[in-house]
Write a protein that binds this ligand. Structure first.
Ligand code: NI
Length: 222
């Protein structure tokens, strides 16, 4: 009898400190929080016809939001959205080194299928795979680039990207329908940058951005 009371007490304490979390078919999860896009790779192309002259895309910070519809208790379909991420583009190399070449903004809507690994009710890890479409806008160049190319004005445009996205993350329940969530996406984003000086084509550069996107925040279950 005493043992039983203790175990009831123990489970009450456990459930008070670690609320259980169950996702079921038909649930809708909305997750949101600050997000960062950290490009993994630089352009390895030659720029200005010079070996070793490349551009690199810097980190961008935004606000992410995702909606997931649970098709079954373990499989969800997720749409990831965000406020636009702004990135500076820097030059590397002897000629371009230290030059801020320009900047761009992008939106990375991504559709994924997630599998919530049923390991525990107190932490829900998940993995996913899907499709990313990235569109760039507000591309700008700098006076530094104008000067470097000896032009009155320069322009930059980045082509849209289609690619595969992978996801890994976990949810931890805080209250009945509220979770802490942390997710990382790896996204294949490849674009062609077209640089013009005085409206004349200077260079087309293939840029592999292939970023990690990180989001930490809260999620609500409806
Ligand atoms: Ni790529």
């Amino acid at each position: 009898m005493k043992k039983l009371h203790l175990s009831v007490l123990a489970s009450a304490v456990l459930s008070a400190t670690a609320p259980a979390l169950a996702y079921e078919a038909g649930d809708v999860l909305i997750k949101f929080g600050p997000a960062m896009v950290a490009p993994e790779s630089d352009s390895q192309s030659k720029i200005l016809g010079l070996q070793g002259e490349v551009v690199e895309v810097d980190d961008g910070v935004g606000f992410g939001i995702s909606g997931t519809y649970m098709m079954t208790d373990a499989i969800g379909v997720e749409l990831l959205g965000a406020t636009p991420f702004e990135h500076d583009i820097d030059g590397l190399g002897t000629v371009l080194g230290g030059t801020r070449v320009g900047s761009t903004e992008h939106l990375p809507p991504t559709l994924l299928v997630n599998y919530y690994v049923p390991v525990s009710d107190v932490i829900k890890p998940y993995v996913g795979v899907g499709y990313n479409y990235t569109t760039f806008f507000n591309e700008e160049t700098t006076a530094e680039l104008d000067g470097l190319l000896g032009a009155d004005y320069t322009s930059l445009s980045l082509s849209d990207s289609h690619g595969v996205a992978y996801e890994i993350g976990f949810d931890i329940p805080l209250e009945d329908n509220l979770v802490f969530t942390a997710t990382a996406w790896n996204v294949d984003i490849d674009t062609t940058a077209t640089v013009k000086a005085n409206s004349n084509l200077v260079e087309k550069i293939d840029v592999e951005i292939d970023p990690w996107v990180y989001m930490v925040g809260l999620g609500m279950k409806f």
